[in-house]
Structure formats: C-alpha cells, structure tokens
Write a protein that binds this ligand. Structure first.
Ligand code: HEM
Length: 568
C-alpha cells in the first residue's frame, strides 16, 4: 500500500512538473535541475506523511519512478495529436528529442541530414520536438519576408555576446523586431553607395598584396598551395581594413594568433549547442568549453579598443557603428559587438564561397576555361591591368566593380556556387516574436499555427538543391542555368527560390560588399594563375567530405598546384 502511494505521488508530481515546464518554457536550467532534485523528495515526503511506510524504501523508489514518469509524460505529449506540430512528418526520434541533431551537428553534417529528411518526408518536416524545417515556396516569404518572424532562439546560442535576448546584442542575434530594425538602420548606412566605394578602394591594394604573395610563392615555376587557407587569410585581412582600419597581416605573417582557427572553433561549439538553445547559457558558463569564444571576442574587443583610440583616416565600419550612429564611448559594447559580428560575417562567408568556386571550377575544366575566356576578354577590353602580375604596377585608382558586375559568366559561376554551397546552409531560424503568443502561417487553404516556444528553420542547402526549383541535375555545377532567360530554356531556374543572402528585413546586410569582393577576387585568381588540383598528393573528393555545416559552411584544405599565367 505504501509502495503504491509513493509511486502514485511521484507519477502525479512528474506530470505536474511537466505541465509547469511546458507553461513556463523555457525554464532556466538551474531551476529545472533544482526541481528535478527536490520534487521527488517532496512528493515522497507528502506520500509518507499521508501513508507512513519505510522511508528508506520510499526514497529508493522515488527518484526512478519520478524520472520514468516525467520522461514518459514528455514523450507521450511530443508524440500525441495534441502537440501543435503533430501533423508534420519526420522521424519519431526527432519528434522526441534534439539529441540526434546535436550529434549530427557535432559531425558538421546537418545540411546533408536535413536535405535527406526533406527528400524523404516532403517540404515541411518536423526536425525537433518544437521545430520545423521547410523548403516550401509559399511558406518561405511568410517566414523570412517583411511580415515574417524575427530570428529564433538558435541565434541566441550563436551570439558571441552576452547572449541576452532583450539587450542590444549584435544585429544578427537580436530577436525583437523593433530592436533589430533600429540596429539595421545603421548597418544600412554602412553599405551606402559612398561607403561601398570606400571599401572597394581598400579592397584593391589588399588584393594586389594577395596577388603578390601568390606570385612570390609560385616564383618562376609551380607552387603547391592550400588556396583555401590563403583565401581565408586574404578575406580576414580585408575585413581588418574596412571594419577596424587595421592590417592584421595574416597573409604576411600567417595566422599567428590563431584568430581564424578560433573563429571556426567558436562556431563549431555554437552549431552544436544551438540545437538545444536553452542549454547554451549553461554550456557556455564552462570556461573549458567557452574558451575559444572568449578568446576570439577578446581579440575583437581589443581591436575595437585600439580603433577607438586612433584618429579616423577613413570611414570604416567602426565609424558607422559608432560616431555616425551618434554613439559614444559609453556605447562601446554595442559598437564592439557589431564589429565582432562583422569580423565573422565579412571574412568566413566570402572565404567559403571563393574556395567553393575554385573547387567547382577545377572540377569542371570546361567551365573554368569559359570563365577564363570571359575574364581575359573583359580585362583586355577595359584595360584592367593593375591586377595583372606581370605589370607589377601599383593600383591605378580606377574602380572596376561595375564592369565586373556586368560579366555574365562570372556572375553565373558565383550564383551557381552560392546555390550549391550556401554560406548558412541550414540556419535561417525564425520563431514567433517573444510575447506574441503565436504566428499564423498559411499554406493553400490550410492554416499553420505556430505557438511561441516553437520555431522553424529554412534550409538553403535543401532549398537550392530541390529539383522543383533547379533542374535538371540540381546537384551539378552548371553556371549556364543562370544564363538563359527564355521560356524555352532547357533549365528550370527558380530565381525566387535562390536566396543565398536570405530575404526580408534580416537579409544579409553586407550583400553588396560581398558580391564586389567575390567578383574581384575570383576574376583575379582566374586571370593571373593556372590552377589545378595537387593530385595525387591531394584527393579532390575530400573537399566535399570536409565541408561542415557549422553555422557558416566551413571548409577543409584545398591543395592546388599553381603557376603564373603569361601575358594574355
Ligand atoms: C558571400 C558572402 C555572404 C553570404 C552568402 C551571406 C549570407 C547571409 C545570410 C544568409 C544572412 C541572413 C541570415 C538570416 O536570414 O537569418 C546574413 C546576414 C547578415 N550578413 Fe551576410 N553573407 C555574406 C557576406 C557578408 C558580408 C561581407 C557582410 C559584411 C559585414 C555580411 C553581414 C551580414 C549581417 C550584418 C547580417 C545580419 C543582417 C540582419 O540581421 O539584419 N555578410 N548573411
């Protein structure tokens, strides 16, 4: 009898605990742990008070029965028709827990996994107890567009800052529409036509330096180079120029401080903990786990501090985030947070696309040749000589952004690269605005009610490889699919479903600069160097295997044999 009373008390307590956790979700981890430790004790005490028995025996029974009942209650609810996401298909394990996704994120293969799930289950799937993923054409604008939702809790886990959801964090991790819109105004000013021209002026000398390093490495013969690593250092140094007015000299001296490595390790941790955002603050309170993030941020704070003490020579991002926004020294945290964001957004992203573009071209020699022909023709026609190695000339002050922007094949190659290898492959995460209770989405005549506490992800990797949007051969690198506009084209190319920079109010703020940098850098590489895979030392099949979805699409090494091209 006493045995039954303890059992019953703990089952009831478990159900009540579950109901309480659901109602006040997300409950801070510390409170949850305290509840899990104390509630079985209290319920057993009450049961024993009403029906005295051997307290030792009751205690032995209390914890297992409570945890078992709590787990059963949670699982039953998540699989039940009462769950708001009940009607969406997906593997049972994912409906129950995010643990499998956490493991897959650890391995960096979430993009492949989610695409595979969409192939199996359809355009709207359940990828977690409270999470959907969609590649549905009708839903995407409702999620990302102007009337869509703000960023979801995954972005808090990705925050480099304090991670507070209501404070002035960086633009990318603010979850409130109004806070985001206010910050975005300043970011938009930082990419005005005048600002862009300024950045372009900074880009050219840095590109010439990149050119010269590669030229030196090649000497009069052939060099074996990890071009992905060189590209990362180039994009990082260029970021230093226009964000902090500082030359980090990673091309000259190597990544001695390990900044690029730190950035990548930080994002690996974030990509894992974002799967279960509510544990993120606790995980990040462990110094051993958080050390890369802390170190990376401390470098950026140091860079912002140095920049704040310098006389401004050019309008860099620090200026736009600070002085131009009417912010002063007391707002240093906001300025530094946003410069910190730019240090990743403006380096790892372009490095990822450029390396993937080189890999794709070398894997498709006829496309490589076609691009080279276009680049040679355009550079000759417009006398774009200052990048040509053999001239060794200094920068001539001319800007070529517009000319490069009109190069059809170059832009088709970049589009095709961003289609196949989107920089943020799975992480366009959105959730109902905190405090809004729910978001209503429409699909045909159906209504999807997404209550607060639930979220939805758009997977660009799956969207861009969906044969309904891009065919034939959605997984193949075919820049030509971007060139034909006629109805009779042999290609289906859904341009509205090509969103590598996302869409809506939180789309990529740096899109215009990114495109300028990509066009310049790729055309200069193709113009000035012969490039081929360094086989048999390097197996090109490794490239795709080494790509990892770690918030930003991370890459391994890309080992090439490179030599200078002669006069064209
Ligand atoms: C090829 C290069 C790049 C790609 C493909 C890319 C892609 C993206 C995507 C997909 C997002 C939106 C995420 C979402 O919807 O939640 C984003 C946001 C953002 N990107 Fe980029 N990005 C690139 C380069 C850059 C550069 C060079 C900058 C310059 C700092 C930049 C700054 C930002 C910022 C500030 C945001 C947040 C925008 C907001 O919340 O309003 N990105 N980027």
């Amino acid at each position: 009898m006493a045995f039954k009373a303890t059992l019953l008390a703990n089952i009831l307590a478990a159900i009540a605990t579950h109901a309480w956790m659901k109602t006040y979700d997300p409950v801070p981890l510390g409170v949850v742990v305290t509840a899990l430790l104390t509630v079985p004790l209290i319920s057993t005490f009450i049961a024993n008070f009403i029906n005295p028995s051997s307290s030792m025996f009751s205690l032995v029974l209390a914890y297992p029965s409570f945890y078992f009942a709590l787990t059963a209650s949670i699982c039953a609810y998540r699989l039940s028709p009462f769950h708001p996401l009940a009607k969406f298909p997906g593997p049972i394990m994912l409906k129950l827990t995010k643990l499998p996704s956490t493991w897959i994120a650890f391995k960096g293969k979430n993009h492949v996994y989610v695409k595979d799930l969409h192939d199996r289950y359809g355009p709207i799937i359940r990828t977690g107890p409270n999470e959907l993923s969609t590649i549905d054409k009708e839903l995407i604008p409702q999620i990302l567009g102007n009337q869509g939702m703000p960023r979801g809790p995954q972005w808090e886990a990705r925050s480099f800052g304090s991670g507070e959801s209501n404070g002035l964090d960086s633009l990318i991790s603010s979850r409130y529409t109004a806070v985001h819109a206010e910050l975005r105004v300043q970011w938009n000013k930082a990419f005005s036509a005048e600002a862009l021209r300024n950045y372009e002026e900074l880009l050219i000398p840095r590109l010439v330096e990149f050119n010269n390093h590669l030229k030196k490495a090649c000497g009069k013969g052939t060099a074996q180079l990890n071009i992905a690593n060189w590209i990362s250092r180039f994009t990082y140094d260029f970021m230093g120029d226009w964000v902090f007015s500082e030359n980090f000299k990673t091309m000259e001296n190597g990544d001695k401080e390990g900044r690029i490595e730190m950035m990548d390790k930080s994002m690996h941790l974030m990509s894992i903990i974002q799967q279960i955002p509510w544990i993120a603050p606790s995980v990040r309170s462990f110094p051993i786990l958080n050390k890369w993030i802390v170190k990376f941020v401390s470098y950026n704070i140091q860079d912002s501090t140095i920049r704040s003490q310098k006389e401004m020579k050019r309008k860099d991002l620090f200026y736009y985030m600070g002085e131009a926004a009417g912010r002063s020294g007391s707002d240093f945290d906001v300025i530094a947070e946003n410069c910190n964001l730019a240090s990743i957004a403006a380096s790892d992203t372009t490095a990822s696309i450029l390396s993937n573009a080189v890999y794709s071209l070398l894997s498709n020699p006829e496309k490589y040749k076609k691009l080279q022909q276009e680049v040679d023709k355009t550079f000759t026609e417009h006398e774009i000589n200052s990048f040509h190695l053999s001239t060794g000339e200094e920068v001539d002050g001319k800007m070529y952004g517009e000319i490069l922007g009109s190069m059809k094949y170059l832009n088709a190659v970049l589009n095709e690269t961003m289609r196949l290898y989107p920089v943020i492959p799975t992480g366009l995460h959105r959730a109902p605005e905190p405090g809004s209770s729910s978001k209503t989405l429409r699909i045909g005549n159906d209504i999807i009610l997404l209550p607060e506490g639930n979220s939805v992800n758009v997977s660009l990797y799956a969207l861009h490889r969906d044969s309904r949007n891009f065919s034939p051969h959605p997984d193949a690198f075919i820049p030509e699919r971007w060139l034909s506009s006629s109805e009779k084209s042999e290609y289906v190319t859904s341009k509205d479903m090509f969103i590598p920079f996302s869409m809506g109010p939180a789309n990529c703020a740096g899109r215009t600069l990114a495109l300028v940098e990509l066009r310049y850098t790729l055309s200069f590489l193709v113009r000035n160097f012969n490039m081929e895979f360094d086989t048999p030392n390097y197996d090109p099949a490794r490239w795709v295997q080494d790509l990892r979805d770690q918030y930003v699409l991370q890459k391994g090494g890309l080992h090439l044999r490179m030599s200078l091209r002669g006069e064209q």
